[in-house]
Ligand binder design. Structure first.
Ligand code: F0G
Length: 482
């Protein structure tokens, strides 16, 4: 059941859980928020929690855990080597994904480090539906190049295409034929394609990708970090899977993959990561790097308690009523924004709701980081922290030139089971106000720009006095309200 029928009201997504532990929130006045965003160099990553009302930066490591997960953490079998908790997790991974070799790692990018070090060499090409920031950084660090082969529709922000994360099979073939199969390190498929708005791929498309991999003898690597949302979308959007269980869809996807890796900060609602495969040779090569970068093979940089929580979390991911909560709340938020004319990415994806900054602040050129400026403005007027997913999140090319992102998005992530509908309504209302006053939003420019993954720690200044003007307008319209 995804949406409950209401008799007198509009249908709404309904929580299939109850809240038993809460954390008090603080909504600081706008003047304090102005100070805070400047102290943070207009980078929402650098804000402190005490200044944030609703944290929609990410779902990474902050999804609500279940009572069963917390209970399991209490019986963890702590040890450096040979922990039973590890074997429990490995057995759960094998049960769900059907892969007998499991490598633990402390988070998703650690898996990317291991996979890239083993398979990517200077001159390697890695075709993929779309890149993720840390994925690309690891591949390029090892001398490889990312080739995006996503369908053209992926970059159409207002679309009705149900699977904008699909690979364009002709583009994939063209990349392989142009470079020769020998140069292809592997083909990567990202579930719930993060940077283009959490958009899924279809099972049918994955089958086509698999066929091409078989034809050219290539490994297919699945990034399953955002698999939960993708599974749900396959279930509700792909006709042939309508009557399949989530477990059956998962197994079908896993059977098409040679290597699966995931951030358990996302998949499994805990903190950690892992790689699984049935390919013994690949396993043995990857395994060598684990004690060097992660820790011993039976913990891989994770706390044993988190390992217990992941085991339960993976099992809970097989529950349709559990995994529908994210996509259904996101769809609700997207629809509310649409009613108010605020430009959002459609169809609604997983992970969060994505504002289209290129349209929201169309007066700002990409050189002034429209999505970054929007993130700063949204925090200022609401205390809601989002994440820039645009040019700031790209890296400069080898000549130091800016690489403009295909899309400029402000992501409002909805960690699963964390926010209530009224908190979502507050967010929509404040941002709709901002949209009416969007002409007041100005640009940003770097004052400190790190070379690698600059969006995490870079600091920016406003290009004019626009923030004070926004505060004045806010006070005019909201009086002494927060
Ligand atoms: N792959 C995908 C698709 C991701 O979304 C992430 C993380 C990673 C890999 C890396 O995993 O963070 O555990 O090292 N995404 C986070 C986000 C950071 O906020 O979207 P990690």
């Amino acid at each position: 059941m995804s949406r409950i029928k209401f008799f007198h009201e509009e249908d709404l997504p309904l929580e299939m859980h109850k809240v038993r532990i809460v954390q008090k929130l603080n909504l600081a006045p706008i003047e304090r928020r102005l100070q805070a965003i400047n102290e943070a160099g207009n980078n929402t990553f650098l804000l402190r929690n005490r200044d944030i009302f609703l944290d929609m930066l990410t779902d990474s490591g902050v999804n609500a855990m279940s009572d069963q997960q917390l209970a399991a953490m209490m019986v963890a079998d702590d040890s450096y080597a040979g922990s039973e908790s590890f074997f429990k997790l490995a057995a759960k991974v094998e049960e769900i994904f059907g892969k007998k070799y499991f490598i633990p790692a402390h988070q998703g990018r650690a898996c990317e480090n291991i996979i890239s070090q083993v398979f990517v060499t200077k001159g390697s090409i890695v075709p993929m539906n779309y890149h993720f920031t840390t994925t690309k950084a690891h591949i390029t660090l090892n001398g490889g190049t990312v080739e995006e082969v996503v369908i053209d529709e992926a970059l159409v922000l207002n679309s009705t295409h149900p699977f904008k994360g699909n690979v364009d099979i002709d583009k994939l073939r063209a990349v392989i034929q142009k470079n020769g199969a020998k140069k292809i390190a592997f083909v990567r498929l990202e579930a719930g394609t993060n940077l283009i708005g959490g958009q899924p791929f279809s099972l049918e498309n994955m089958r086509e990708v698999r066929k091409v991999c078989d034809e050219f003898g290539l490994l297919l690597v699945l990034d399953a970090s955002l698999l939960a949302d993708n599974l749900y979308f396959i279930k509700v959007r792909e006709e042939q899977c309508k009557h399949w269980s989530i477990r059956e869809i998962t197994r079908a996807i896993a059977d098409l993959s040679d290597i699966i890796y995931f951030s358990a900060r996302k998949l499994g609602c805990a903190r950690g990561g892992g790689i699984c495969t049935n390919n013994q040779a690949a396993f043995e090569k990857m395994r060598e790097l684990v004690p060097l970068y992660e820790g011993f093979l039976t913990y891989g940089g994770m706390s044993i308690r988190e390992i217990e929580a992941i085991t339960v979390g993976l099992e809970e991911t097989m529950d349709e009523e559990m995994i529908n909560q994210g996509p259904e709340f996101i769809a609700f938020m997207v629809e509310e924004f649409q009613k108010k004319g605020v430009p959002v990415v459609t169809p609604p994806g997983g992970l969060g709701c994505h504002l289209n900054a290129m349209e929201f602040v169309e007066h700002l050129p990409q050189t002034q980081y429209p999505a970054g400026a929007l993130a700063s403005a949204v925090y200022l007027i609401s205390g809601v922290r989002g994440m820039e997913r645009g040019t700031l999140s790209e890296q400069r090319d080898e000549n130091g030139e800016e690489c403009f992102a295909d899309v400029e998005l402000l992501r409002l992530a909805l960690p699963r089971r964390v926010f209530t509908l009224s908190q979502i309504k507050y967010t929509v209302d404040r941002i709709a106000w901002l949209y009416e006053n969007r002409h007041l939003i100005g640009g940003l420019t770097f004052v400190e720009e790190p070379k690698i993954l600059r969006f995490f720690c870079g600091r920016l200044a406003t290009t004019s006095d626009w923030q004070n003007k926004l505060v004045a307008q806010f006070r005019k319209d909201f009086g002494d309200n927060l």
